[in-house]
Structures are given as structure tokens and as C-alpha cells.
Design a protein around this ligand. Sequence first.
Ligand SMILES: Cc1cc2nc3c(=O)[nH]c(=O)nc-3n(C[C@H](O)[C@H](O)[C@H](O)COP(=O)(O)OP(=O)(O)OC[C@H]3O[C@@H](n4cnc5c(N)ncnc54)[C@H](O)[C@@H]3O)c2cc1C
Length: 463
Amino acid sequence: MQSPNFETYIFGNGTISACYLNTTLGVPCGQGSVPVIGVDARSVGDVQATVQFASKHNLRLVIKNTGHDYLGRSTARGSILLWTHHLKNIIYEEAFTPDGAPSGETYKAITLGAGVQWYEAYDAVEAEGRFILGGLSAGGSVGAAGGWVQGGGHSAFAATHGLGVDNVLQFTVVTASGKYLTVNSYKNSDLFWALRGGGGGTYAVVISATYVTHDRFPLSEVGFQANFSSPEIAKTVITEYIRLHPSLADAGWGGYSYLSAKDILFLYVAPNISLANANATLDPFVKLAQNATGGLAGAFTRHYDSFYPWYKATFGTEGQVGTHVELASRLLPRDMAENHAAEVTDVILGLEGGAAINFISGGAVSRFDPDSAGLHPAWRKAVAQARQRLRSKLDILDRLAPGSATYYNEATLYERDFKKSFFGPHYQRLKSIKAKYDPDTLFIVASGVGSEDWDGELNCRRH
Ligand SMILES: Cc1cc2nc3c(=O)[nH]c(=O)nc-3n(C[C@H](O)[C@H](O)[C@H](O)COP(=O)(O)OP(=O)(O)OC[C@H]3O[C@@H](n4cnc5c(N)ncnc54)[C@H](O)[C@@H]3O)c2cc1C
């Protein structure tokens, strides 16, 4: 698991069942929340057999791909595991037609098996001289066809190319009854809508996802760093930084940052923007930061011929996995950045240990119809995402945008109303689609659609 805190289990009396990686040999290990038995699926038939077996024997099933879920949704105590990691098929097609579409509707598309990870997808798409929008993390370890896209799927290139849910053309799935279905805008279109943002592990087992690929593009990168010697300086610089985002998103910029009362660090990229243009866009902000900090601020710009060399230089090496972490986050509406930047800054500076801003929305993301996918419609008005290691800071984050949404994949288990925060006005429609394809609720995950009908362990129905 990415977050091994979810491998442990705490009984009501406080006793912990766990098996820690650094346990001394000879000390007994507990099973914790790791499934007791599992299937290493290699084919559609393996998946069908697993879901039918779990349904027949009324077993708690968990689907695990990479185990990256920040809310521990890919494990459960006493469960049977369906492991999709080895479903690694990759097929590129110059003229892919979604099943049921008119023959003239073709895309340069790539079909990725459920176990393909982004580093494998990027290699395959690069070999075809194309670009694919995907997750960005050290070593490219996030799953390309699992929880990422089913939760929304953000990227630093979302402002120009939309989210994962806006780029997927078709899924194949195995339903709870074992049926193998093709799912797209023409076939099982209700399930297609739900699978695009309605949450992983909830409707069916995805076997493959087909994504549109795009022409390659040159890009510019900006890295910025500043240290703050006083809270006032931090506030001046961060307020201006927050204000930049609507216009940066409109120009196609995206990326990642970390900010606190002590410092700020960001790395942003934009397709089809020259170095001169990048410098001109960022210069006023860099100058303001240099003045405010008395020279403790600096920036660099770089140009890359295409995505792949940038990705290799930035995310090419494997990152740390196995850290105990729980997150909370809020989508930051454009209006907050435009008109309330100082208040946003106060909230962020109130977070002990700082916050991360994922600049992964705005631009193209806002141009898609908010009801075109199951995804929370608040994404379409968002300009960025403020993310924080949990430490009970939910109330503070709430002040960023009261009633605003959060990203299903980068959130806390302690949302007061997960239906509203993760799915908003799409909740009832998602729930009825789930009832149609999974009437006996084989697929159930923490804070997922339908989970309110189950107890905290998700083992017994409440009524
Ligand atoms: C290091 C790191 C970097 C990240 N970077 C990004 C990023 O750039 N952009 C972004 O949007 N998110 C990012 N995330 C969050 C990521 O999207 C989620 O962790 C996501 O849930 C991972 O999906 P997975 O399939 O790889 O993981 P898993 O934990 O295996 O699965 C996640 C959920 O999806 C379900 N699931 C998995 N496969 C299937 C399937 N085939 N069918 C049905 N359900 C399935 C599981 O049951 C579980 O509920 C990152 C997370 C980490 C840990």
C-alpha cells in the first residue's frame, strides 16, 4: 500500500493488529486490514470467476490495482482481494472507433489494461509519437485505468487537455454478476457517465480504458522558490501567487506547489508557450517576490521539445512509497482566487506545516459541460486544489470555500458529508446507476456511492 496505515487494524478496545515492515524477526505478525486471500487476475475469465465466487459466498471483495488510494479503499480486513496489477495489455490504434459509434468517428487512441501504470502508458504513447494526458508522480506509479480515472484524474496538463474523465473514450468492465460489457457514449452510456468521476471500486471491475491521444507539443517550465522572513512578507507573496491562477489557467499553465509561512516552491508547465512568453508572464510576479523578500526569491525557466523528456527529467525516478499519510483537500473555485486571494492566503498560512496547491484545473477543465461525466461539477469552476496532510485541519480548509467540493482520490475519510463533498448534485444519479449494475452491492468502498447504507466496516448493511 502507498499508505501502510491502512494495512493495520485497530479493535474497539484499542488493540492493534498489524505486521510492520520493520518488525523484528520472531515477533508475531498480525493480519491487520490486509485481505486474507486473493486472486492475481491475468484474464477477463479470472475476474469473472472472482466476482462470481465472491457474490455466491457473500464475501467482502476489494479491488486493488497499485494500492495508491489515500483513503485505504484498496484493502479491507477479512476480505478477498482482486488484484489487477498484471492486466498489462496495451494496444495503440491509429483509427479507433468506439463500439457502436458511426464508422466515421475515429480517434488515435490507446487501450490500457487495468494494471497498466502511467510510466508504461507514457512509454507506449511516446513510441507512437503522441501525447496522453495522465497522472504525474515520481516513477509514474499511479494506475492509468483504475482509481485515477474513475475518481476524476488530474494532471498538470488539465488546463489544456481536460481531466482523465474528459479523455477516456471507452471502458470494458466485468459487472458484479460476471457480465463482460463495453461501456462508452453509445453502449451502457449511464455506466460510462458514472465511471467517469463517480469513484473507483463502486460500479464494476474495469478491465481496460481507452484514451484519446493528442499531437505532441513543445512546452515551457517555470520553477520558483522564495523564503519568507516574516508572516507579512509571506502574505504579500502568497496572495499575489493565488491571484495569478485564473490568468495562468487560461493560458494553459498547470503544475504543483508547496507553500507555508516560511517558504513557497512551485513547478509549472505550459504547452506551446515560448520561453520568452513564459518569462514575460511570470516576470512581474518574480519581481514582486524579489522586492518583498529582499532578494530571497528566484526562478528559472526551461524549454522542452515535448512532454516525454520533461516527464523523464521531472518524474523519471521512483519516489518514496509506504509513508503514513492521510490527506484533506478542497477544490479552490476561480472566484476565490480572483476576488478573495487574501482570505485564501490567511487560511493556507493557518495550516501548520503548510499546504500543497495542485494547479490542475481551470482552462480546458472548465470548458466541459459540468454534467458530461459523473465527476462533481464543482471541478468545472475550480482553478486549483489546496491539499494538506490531515492533522485535523478540515475546518480550516472548509473556510477556503464553504460548501465547496473535494477530490474523491485526494481527500479524508472524515468529511462531514462525503456525498456532498465528493459528488454534489450528481449523487442520486450515481446511486441509481450503481443499483442497476450492482444490485447486491458487491462493490463497496469507504466514502463511495452507496457506502452510507453499510456500517463503518462496510461488512453489514445498516438496514
Ligand atoms: C504517489 C501518488 C501520486 C498521485 N498522483 C496523482 C495525480 O497526478 N493525479 C491524480 O488525479 N491523482 C493522483 N494520485 C491519487 C490517485 O489518483 C489515487 O490514489 C487513485 O485512487 C489511484 O488509483 P490506483 O488504481 O492506482 O490505486 P488503487 O489504490 O489500487 O485503487 C484505487 C481505487 O480504485 C479502485 N480500483 C482500482 N482498480 C480498479 C478497477 N480496475 N476497477 C474498478 N475499481 C478499481 C480500488 O478498489 C480503489 O477503490 C496520486 C496518488 C499517489 C499515492
